[in-house]
Design a protein. Structure first.
Length: 65
């Protein structure tokens, strides 16, 4: 079963916030997008909201029948 596609939307950030996220992401070897998702999940968990992680999409060719 494939994971549902990710939701895309525009996000306006203060340039200083974006630069800080990029620095943090580089230190964690993540993209800025992945770092924002991690930060959002941490903030939600701190408020008592647990968000399950969707399954990863399958990679490679489908099996032959």
């Amino acid at each position: 079963m494939a994971a549902p596609p990710k939701k895309a939307f525009a996000l306006r950030l203060d340039p200083a916030v974006h630069a800080a996220v990029e620095r943090l992401a580089a230190g964690e070897l993540r993209s800025a997008n992945a770092e924002i998702e991690v930060l959002l999940r941490e903030a939600l968990a701190a408020r008592g909201i647990k968000v399950p992680i969707s399954g990863k999409p399958k990679r490679g060719r489908p099996p032959k029948e």
